[in-house]
Write a protein of this length. Structure first.
Length: 304
């Protein structure tokens, strides 16, 4: 049956006669018996000495190359700082340069230790393909970081809202964006997620609108309350004259009249103005006839 599928010469190559096998085994035993132990030991000592020398050279080269890389990164850092390069691009480029630098150092070390550069690159390529398939999400985050740097929807120092998080952008890395919230939390958002989501950047404009909503009881004097709200807002010097302050009735709710006030301020003064005006509304509006109602429900009972 085997000869039916294979040619005759192929069968001869697969099936080795017992005599040939015995001859090969006898030759191997003879070679092993004739081995010169001193020669083998000498070769092992020479190999160990030469390997130790190459390892020592590799260690020295590693520390020298790492020092040179740190010096180069310092020069690049100073150059970007003096040129006023955007901090987002600055941080991303420094991280990328560091990664590329260490890859180059390890390639040099492999070459010193006697490994072929082409073989090492082939191993890296194979490993990179396998790792890339396993870490496809990480590569997507890297691509997202590139898109953020190209499109620049936000920069380091901007106050943004994305993925349900609000805070100041502290760093844009290769794979994630670091945000510091107002309560001093540090949050890392994957670049792929944030680059494909809705981003609200509050720092792109120099001004920002404050909005207050005050609920007063039905029957309160709206005109008097409106004038009081206008005076409270306008007396704050941080409020901009243009666009003008605006007060209106926003809604007639179930148990209150909702009055909304709007004013424009500098972006940096937003929270301070908002907090101070809110406090003034609470303290001063009752003096002008405003009553802050609680949610209430009227129940009428009838006797049958």
């Amino acid at each position: 049956m085997l000869r039916f599928f294979l040619q005759a010469d192929q069968v001869e190559k697969l099936i080795v006669p017992d005599s040939v096998q015995k001859a090969r085994f006898t030759q191997a035993v003879t070679n092993l018996a004739n081995v010169d132990i001193k020669d083998v030991w000498q070769q092992m000592v020479e190999w160990m000495i030469w390997t130790g020398i190459k390892l020592a050279i590799a260690i020295v080269v590693f520390y020298i190359a790492r020092w040179l890389l740190h010096r180069l990164l310092t020069i690049i850092d100073v150059f970007f700082t003096r040129r006023g390069i955007d901090r987002s691009l600055h941080s991303f480029a420094m991280t990328a340069a560091k990664v590329v630098g260490y890859i180059a150092i390890f390639l040099i070390l492999f070459n010193i230790l006697g490994f072929e550069s082409s073989s090492v690159l082939a191993i890296f390529a194979s490993a990179g393909l396998a790792i890339g398939m396993a870490l496809s999400g990480t590569l997507q985050n890297f691509a997202g970081g590139i898109m953020i740097l190209v499109l620049r929807p936000y920069r380091i120092g901007d106050y943004i809202e994305a993925q349900g998080v609000s805070g100041t952008v502290a760093n844009i890395g290769l794979f994630s964006t670091m945000i510091h919230t107002s309560d001093k939390k540090t949050i890392y958002i994957p670049n792929n997620s944030i680059s494909t989501s809705i981003i609200n950047n509050y720092s792109t404009s120099t001004t920002r609108r404050c909005s207050w909503k005050v609920s007063v009881a039905y029957g309160d004097d709206y005109d008097q309350i409106r004038d009081a709200m206008l005076n409270i807002i306008k007396r704050d010097e941080r409020v901009l004259k243009e666009p003008a302050v605006y007060v209106r009735i926003d809604a007639l709710a179930d148990s209150a009249v909702v009055i909304e006030a709007r004013a424009w301020v500098s972006n940096t003064d937003y929270w301070s103005v908002y907090d101070s005006v809110t406090e003034a509304f609470y303290k001063e509006l009752p003096e002008h006839g405003a009553n802050f109602p609680f949610p209430q429900l009227d129940v009428h009972l009838t006797k049958e």
